[in-house]
Design a protein around this ligand. Structure first.
Ligand code: ADP
Length: 289
C-alpha cells in the first residue's frame, strides 16, 4: 500500500513537497467521489472502544442486508485489528489487482469486502502504522477498490474518536450516517458519548446507538442475565438525544458462529432475532433521512 500524507506536514512528518501532496490528495478525493457515487448508502459503524462488538455489528448488518437481496460491501477500516475477513469466512482469499485498481474479495453469498488483513503475510503480523498512514490505507480502499455498484457500503471504523476516525469519516463523501455500538456498562457508555460528539462535530447524521452484549443468554434456560447492567445504551441515547436502535444479547451460539466465519444472523439464536429487528429499524431510519 502506498503511504499517503494527510496534507499537513506538521502532523505526518512527510519530507515531500506539500503542494505536490495536496495535488495528489485532491486527485484522490476526486477518485473517491467517483468511486463512491456508485454506492447508494454509505454507513459507518463506530464505537468508543474496542471489544464491544463493532465488527460483529458491521458483519451482521451486511449479512442481513445481503439476505434481504441488497448488494452490500464491507470496508474494514479497523487497520490495527482487521477481523472482517475472518468474521465473513474469507480470510484465506487474496485480492487481485491490476491497472484498474484493487478487486474486492467476495463472500460466497456475494458480500464484497476489503481489508488490510488480506495483505498481511500471516494473522500474527501486527500493523504498527501511525495515524496518517492508517488513514491513507482507508482512503485508498475508498478510491482504488473496485466496489462496483452497491446498495450499501458499511465501513467498520477503527475504535475511538480521535484523528484516524475523524479522517476516515471525513473521507467518505455523502455519508448517510453512523451507527454507534456500545455495551451497557458505564465506562463503555462514556466512550460512546465521545463517538456521538465526534459525529455531531462533523455534522454526520447519527442513525442510532446499538447496545450490544446487553445481557447474556443462558445456554441452559435461554433466559437473559444482565451481567453488565441494564439499559445503559438506551439511557445514553435518551440523554444524548440519539435514536436507540435496540439491544443485542451476548449469545454463545453467536460467538462460536462468528469465530467460524458465519454471521450470527444466518443462525437461529436469540441474538440473531434481536439483530434483525435492529437492521429493520436502521432501514426505516435511513429511508426517512
Ligand atoms: P470490536 O469490533 O468492537 O472490537 P468484535 O465485533 O470483534 O468487537 O467482538 C469481540 C468479540 O465478541 C468477538 O469474538 C465476537 O464474536 C464477540 N461478540 C460480539 N458481540 C457478541 C454477541 N452479541 N454475542 C456473542 N459474542 C459476541
Amino acid at each position: 500500500m502506498a503511504e499517503e500524507c494527510s496534507g499537513n506536514c506538521d502532523s505526518c512528518g512527510s519530507s515531500s513537497d506539500c503542494s505536490d501532496t495536496k495535488k495528489m490528495m485532491e486527485q484522490q478525493n476526486a477518485q473517491i467521489r467517483d468511486n463512491m457515487s456508485k454506492i447508494k448508502y454509505k454507513i459507518a459503524v463506530m464505537s468508543g472502544k474496542g471489544g464491544v462488538g463493532k465488527s460483529t455489528v458491521t458483519v451482521n448488518l451486511a449479512a442481513t442486508l445481503n439476505m434481504m437481496g441488497y448488494k452490500v460491501g464491507v470496508l474494514d477500516g479497523d487497520i490495527h485489528g482487521p477481523n472482517i475477513p475472518q468474521m465473513l469466512g474469507v480470510d484465506q482469499i487474496q485480492p487481485m489487482a491490476d491497472e484498474n485498481g484493487i478487486y474486492s474479495v467476495s463472500t460466497p453469498q456475494g458480500i464484497k469486502t476489503m481489508s488490510i488483513g488480506y495483505f498481511l503475510p500471516d494473522k500474527n503480523t501486527p500493523i504498527i502504522w501511525r495515524g496518517p498512514k492508517a488513514s491513507g490505507a482507508i482512503r485508498q480502499f475508498l478510491s482504488d477498490v473496485n466496489w462496483g455498484e452497491l446498495d450499501f457500503l458499511l465501513i467498520d471504523t477503527p475504535p475511538g474518536s480521535g484523528d484516524i476516525q475523524i479522517t476516515t469519516l471525513q473521507a467518505i463523501p455523502d455519508i448517510d450516517g453512523v451507527v454507534i455500538v456500545t455495551t451497557p456498562e458505564e465506562v463503555s457508555v462514556l466512550d460512546a458519548r465521545k463517538s456521538v460528539s465526534a459525529a455531531n462535530t462533523l455534522e454526520i447524521p447519527i442513525i442510532g446507538i446499538v447496545e450490544n452484549m446487553g445481557g447474556f443468554v443462558c445456554p441452559e434456560c435461554d433466559k437473559v442475565i444482565d451481567i453488565f447492567g441494564k439499559g445503559g445504551g438506551e439511557k445514553a441515547a435518551k440523554e444524548l438525544n440519539v435514536f436507540f436502535l435496540g439491544r443485542i444479547p451476548l449469545d454463545i451460539k453467536a460467538r462460536v458462529a462468528s469465530d467460524r466465519g458465519v454471521p450470527m444472523v444466518t443462525m437461529d439464536c436469540k441474538a440473531s432475532e434481536e439483530f434483525k429487528k435492529v437492521v429493520n429499524t436502521v432501514l426505516e431510519r435511513i429511508k426517512k433521512e
